[in-house]
Write a protein that binds this ligand. Structure first.
Ligand code: FMN
Length: 321
């Protein structure tokens, strides 16, 4: 494994946290960074909402110095607003602007964005060229391997990307029809990598040393990107870097370690959103921390009733965490 350079941005390694809507908010990105992520991504943000200075969107663009370097992911289907959004994103502290060309969610595709956009090569070319020209920071893209099993659209998009000045392509190697489940298509991913002159990053189902190795064996694969496997398991970045560079398998974090991550997550979440909202937001994350704990469902139910930090501390004492 080698440290990755994306345009002029040098990373401490080549293991990235994937963008995830509703998940990779500032608190989670800070934790992933502390766990060793080489680059963290915001969730996707609408280019139009950025340009319109939408209040909710401003919160999504808040960046902390601790998490840098950070990539802000934008989505849209209009070259002008995406180029303007890229400038705003840069001015709000992003080191990299990433364009979403892979999201299959209806609310994104119906506006011609995400994977819908990737099917329109002339518009993709126009958008990528325009954003690269205006951004003045490295521009990357995240794509799907294809729409249906066995289909490979990634190879063509990689060619367009490198001709348009894109600095790196992350490939979610599951076809869109598979959503977020099932095995990645390593063969098509290999084809996409084979001709690439820019870094290609692998994504899809990486949860441990073995799943990471299956991608890293692919010739020309420059690094890996981890999504759900990193939630509540932030040291996965350090563990994988150690495994592939020092041949050392570090243990999976203990319950005590994960409880410590949980406490930090609650603290960061309250700092970012305020006490009550911070705890409400934590409800969607809590199960990642306690899923293999005895009585996990019961603990989760209890967590879902708490609204203050003293309730949280009381719960931690009660369940002796
Ligand atoms: C809840 C959730 C939200 C996601 N949001 C985004 C997003 O905003 N932008 C994006 O490019 N991909 C998004 N993805 C896809 C992930 O970045 C990643 O490609 C996918 O989870 C596969 O990686 P994994 O198997 O390591 O989780 C999302 C995935 C999930 C599960």
């Amino acid at each position: 494994m080698k440290k990755l350079k994306i345009g002029k941005v040098e990373l401490s390694n080549n293991i990235l946290l994937a963008p995830m809507a509703g998940i990779t908010d500032l608190p989670l990105r800070v934790l992933a960074k502390k766990g060793g992520a080489g680059l963290v991504y915001t969730e996707m943000v609408s280019a139009k909402a950025i340009v319109n200075h939408n209040e909710k969107t401003k919160k999504l663009l808040k960046i902390s110095n601790i998490e840098k370097p950070v990539a802000v992911q934008i989505f849209g289907s209009d070259a002008y607003s995406m180029a303007e959004a890229a400038k705003i994103v840069r001015d709000s502290g992003a080191d990299i602007v990433d364009i979403n060309l892979g999201c299959p969610a209806r609310k994104i595709t119906k506006a011609g964005a995400g994977i819908k956009l990737s099917a329109n090569s002339s518009l993709v070319t126009k958008i990528l060229e325009t954003v690269v020209k205006s951004a003045d920071i490295p521009v990357t893209i995240k794509i799907r391997i294809g729409l249906l099993p066995g289909q490979n659209i990634a190879s063509d998009i990689v060619k367009i990307a490198q001709n348009s000045g894109i600095s790196m392509v992350a490939v979610h190697a599951r076809p869109a029809s598979q959503g977020h489940s099932g095995y990645p298509d390593l063969e098509s991913f290999g084809d996409a990598c084979s001709q690439a002159k820019i870094p290609i990053i692998a994504n899809g189902g990486i949860i441990d040393e073995e799943t990471a190795a299956s991608f890293l064996k692919v010739q020309n694969c420059s690094g890996i990107m981890i999504g759900r496997g990193a939630i509540g398991n932030y040291s996965i970045f350090t563990r994988l870097w150690n495994f592939f560079n020092n041949n050392q398998r570090l243990p999976f974090p203990s319950k005590k370690d994960r409880t410590e991550w949980l406490r930090q997550h609650v603290e960061c979440s309250m700092e970012h959103y305020g006490e009550m909202k911070g705890l409400l937001v934590m409800r969607k994350f809590f199960h990642y921390y306690v899923k293999d704990f005895h009585d996990a469902a019961k603990i989760r139910k209890m967590f879902n009733t708490i609204l203050t930090i003293s309730d949280f501390n009381g719960l931690m004492k009660l369940i002796q965490l």
